[in-house]
Design a protein around this ligand. Structure first.
Ligand code: MGD
Ligand code: MGD
Ligand code: SF4
Ligand code: MO
Length: 725
């Protein structure tokens, strides 16, 4: 059944995005605050402390929250404008239903709930339980992440549950588990300040984790050296001590060569390797099989620069390694992550003051959201859904029998493939915009058109929700209590500031009502977010992500608590592995041998150029929130193609000119931004826009075999001029 969004123009008129909204009288004209609410930013994984100014039932502005230790009042351009979502004309104020040929019309909650529940029931009777999928997101609090997982497994009773962290954190998660048996940055950011060498791979720190920039600068003020590995000279890389302009997809070769140099020049911590690790011999053999010259040829980084990086790292007194999606969004994302960890373990610089390692989490609750069981293979506490003991424990907490607990389902991109194949018939989504954020958007669009029924829960009508039959008007971050876990592993408190406007409801109340109407209300008797958190604490107890000792009260008193915190009275764990007892079965940190392999697509005669994609400071993810905030739109109104002058000249492309970019999946036309800060064989497009401006029209549906993360950071394309000179 074709379900193209009907009357796009009417939809835009009704639901935007309206880019230039200002309240009558302007933002300043909304008067003085009646109260200040101490909470955290709704956007990235830094989870900066912020105070919201509240007047009546409106958030009218913000004040810095100087005492919160992570950011001490500092905020980035997105944080200081997030309040501009309040009162936005695009806000969905009542449940919506699709009216063919018209668009969407408001409906009653009763109809929206009962039609959704009927659709689930019909599909499950006809095609089985797993014909219904639930997709979730980690802008949600820990409580909601936990609740969606339980909702899918206990109320909908489907195995097909996954989340948008699949596009984000899973390579890091899988690599961390392989190496340490536990998935969290090993240190709080305070240790960055005492590091003498900081190496950042595949992360545009200044634009994507702006407050981390401050930590790195403070370390540099004390003499730290900075190595950046990125095909682009990002803002932070402009002043670094050594920039390695790696060819996209070649990090594992580069890291193998660095390890080889550490071995050959004996810059290893032999004692640490002997006493506290396993797997070094295989890893050493793999490193010695990669010559520095070969790594240089594969990665496009000069031999002398690889040597210099290895020596800076090898000889450092203390060090911190950080990486993000630049190395993780690959079909070898997990290999890249463990290659980074191999360098850390080889030098034994972990679990000590000034010595650490971490992946910089992405979404607001990118850390907590990947622990509490809305991943297809996971149960709360970062437990394994295939492990009989783990299943038994959670089934007991939930009051169901183990046999009732569904088995492992498919990762989000494969759920979309199963929808495309007609095997999954009904979709319930919350906090996810896959039409913009999954690779190969033409494929995603085809899949969405095939659904028998789709219900989305959101506060704005995102591009995917335009394919929904019903849209349930959910809540903004500031409209519900909860907790979230930052990049540091610090569990923090999200404070409710206002009620949802109009007939919109909290996400929690929507899920609870659906559970009740599915006949499973007895398993979901919560009176508050804190009730859910208290159940989560018990569910996580004994798991690797143990939150048992954390309470709302403690979080507020202590400015957050670092997990693991297994007992009431336990101080929390800002720095892991001080005792050298790793969370693996043998208690040792594991080296993992990696062999370089090419990406799913490599340049050829027809598609000779590498495309990589990512972010800009003023926009956030699929843009549904930030493309509605005028002040952020002004900073970067539309996507563009970053291209090196040498490459541009080869194709007669000049700065500001329209250029066409084509891959095997699709094409788009955007303005060229000619810059010397990118490799000449690579172009870069920021991905925050939808429709004809969406970078994911071009990207490849190829996944890491272990983590199933899509290869957002490498596709091959051809380019041409799209307008006369
Ligand atoms: N402003 C802003 N901040 C955000 C977000 C946002 O949307 N906007 N999103 C948040 C989320 S969810 C995430 S996941 C994080 C992402 O944070 P980052 O991972 O830092 O951001 P990206 O722009 O995706 O990619 C980072 C860098 O990887 C580089 N890169 C590309 N390919 C390769 C490669 O093969 N190897 C190496 N070494 N580098 C490569 C790119 O040039 C880019 O500079 O940001 C979070 N913060
Ligand atoms: N080409 C390319 N594609 C990428 C990436 C890339 O680097 N390149 N990065 C990937 C990464 S790292 C990520 S994290 C994904 C992100 O991709 P998505 O998760 O699809 O992007 P979001 O914009 O966060 O979409 C979430 C939706 O949730 C809604 N939302 C936010 N908070 C709440 C809430 O509290 N309640 C409810 N009910 N709804 C809420 C927003 O309005 C929005 O519509 O994109 C991925 N896609
Ligand atoms: S750095 Fe992240 S958490 Fe902090 S204000 Fe900016 S977007 Fe918000
Ligand atoms: Mo992300």
């Amino acid at each position: 059944m074709a379900k193209l969004p009907t009357s796009q123009e009417k939809l835009i008129e009704q639901f935007g995005p309206h880019l230039k909204y200002e309240p009558p009288g302007g933002w300043q004209g909304r008067g003085d605050a009646e109260k200040l609410v101490k909470t955290h930013c709704c956007f990235c994984g830094q989870q900066c402390g912020i105070q919201l100014k509240v007047k009546g039932n409106s958030v009218i502005g913000f004040e810095p929250w100087e005492e919160f230790p992570f950011n001490r009042g500092k905020l980035c351009p997105k944080g200081v404008r997030r309040y501009m979502q309040d009162g936005h004309p695009d806000r969905i104020l009542a449940p919506l239903k699709r009216v063919e040929g018209v668009g969407f019309a408001e409906t009653t909650w009763d109809e929206a709930f009962s039609k959704t529940v009927d659709a689930i029931g019909e599909a499950q009777t006809k095609y089985g339980k797993d014909s219904v999928a639930v997709l979730s997101g980690v802008s949600l609090t820990n409580e909601k992440s936990y609740l969606v997982g339980k909702f899918a497994r206990v109320a909908v009773q489907t195995a097909e549950l996954d989340y948008n962290g699949r596009l984000c954190m899973v390579s890091a998660g899988a690599g961390n588990k392989k190496a340490f048996g536990l998935d969290r940055a090993s240190n709080s950011w305070a240790d960055i300040l005492d590091a003498k060498v900081i190496m950042c791979l595949g992360t545009n720190v200044a634009e994507c984790s702006p407050i981390t920039t401050d930590y790195i600068w403070r370390a540099r003020d004390k003499g730290a050296k900075l190595i950046m590995v990125d095909p682009r000279v990002t803002p932070l890389a402009r002043t670094c001590d050594l920039h390695l302009p790696v060819r996209p997809g070649a990090d594992s070769a580069l890291l193998l060569a660095m390890l080889r140099i550490l071995i050959e020049e004996d810059m290893l911590d032999h004692e640490f390797i002997r006493d506290h690790t396993s797997g070094f011999e295989e890893t050493k053999a793999a490193a010695l099989a990669m010559s520095v010259e070969e790594a240089s040829r594969i990665s496009g980084v000069r031999v002398e620069d690889i040597e210099q990086a290895a020596r800076m790292w090898g000889k450092a007194e203390s060090s911190f390694l950080l990486h993000a999606r630049g190395i993780e969004h690959h079909t070898k994302g997990v290999d890249n992550v463990v290659s980074c960890i191999n360098l850390v373990l080889a030098t034994g610089r972990i679990g000590k003051r000034g010595c650490g390692y971490g992946t910089i989490t992405g979404q607001g609750n990118g850390q907590g959201g990947r622990e509490h069981g809305h991943k297809c293979d996971q149960l709360p506490g970062n437990r394994d859904i295939t492990n009989p003991d783990h299943r038994k424990y959670i089934a007991e907490v939930w009051g169901i029998s183990e046999s009732e607990l569904p088995q492992k389902g498919h990762p989000a991109p494969e759920i979309m493939e199963l929808i495309h194949a007609g095997q999954i018939k009904v979709l319930i989504s919350i906090c996810f915009n896959p039409l913009v954020s999954l690779p190969d958007s033409n494929f995603t669009r085809e899949a969405l058109e095939k659904l028998d029924h789709y219900t989305a829960i959101d506060f704005f009508l995102n591009e995917t929700a335009q394919y929904a039959d019903y849209v349930l008007a959910g809540s903004l971050h500031e409209e519900e209590d909860g907790t979230s876990t930052s990049a540091e592993g610090r569990v923090i408190r999200i404070q409710k500031a206002v009620d949802p406007p109009g007939e919109a409801r909290t996400d929690t109340s929507i899920l609870l009502e659906l559970a009740k109407r599915l006949g499973r209300g007895q398993f979901f008797r919560y009176q508050s977010s804190e009730d859910i958190f208290n159940e989560l604490r018990v569910a996580s107890k004994g798991g690797t992500a143990d939150y048992y000792g954390i309470t709302y009260e403690r979080i507020e008193k202590e400015y957050g608590v670092f997990w693991p915190c297994p007992e009431i009275g336990h101080p929390g764990t800002p720095r892991l592995w001080e005792d050298r007892k790793f969370a693996t079965p043998d208690g040792k940190a594991h080296f993992n041998a990696v062999t370089y392999r090419p990406s799913a697509e490599e340049p050829d005669d027809e598609y000779p150029i590498i495309l990589t994609t990512g972010r800009v400071i003023s926009q956030y993810l699929s843009g549904t929130q930030t493309r509605r905030i005028g002040a952020l739109v002004d900073l970067c109104p539309e996507p563009y193609v970053e291209i090196h002058p040498t490459l541009a000249e080869q194709y007669g492309i000049k700065d500001g000119m329209d250029m066409k970019v084509e891959s095997r999946r699709g094409s788009l036309v955007l303005k060229a931004k000619v810059v010397t800060t990118i490799r000449p064989d690579t172009i870069f497009i920021p991905y925050h826009w939808a429709g004809a401006q969406s970078a994911n029209l071009l990207t490849n549906r190829a996944y890491d075999p272990v983590s199933k993360i899509p290869e957002f950071k490498k596709a091959v394309v051809k380019i041409s001029k799209a307008s006369p000179v």
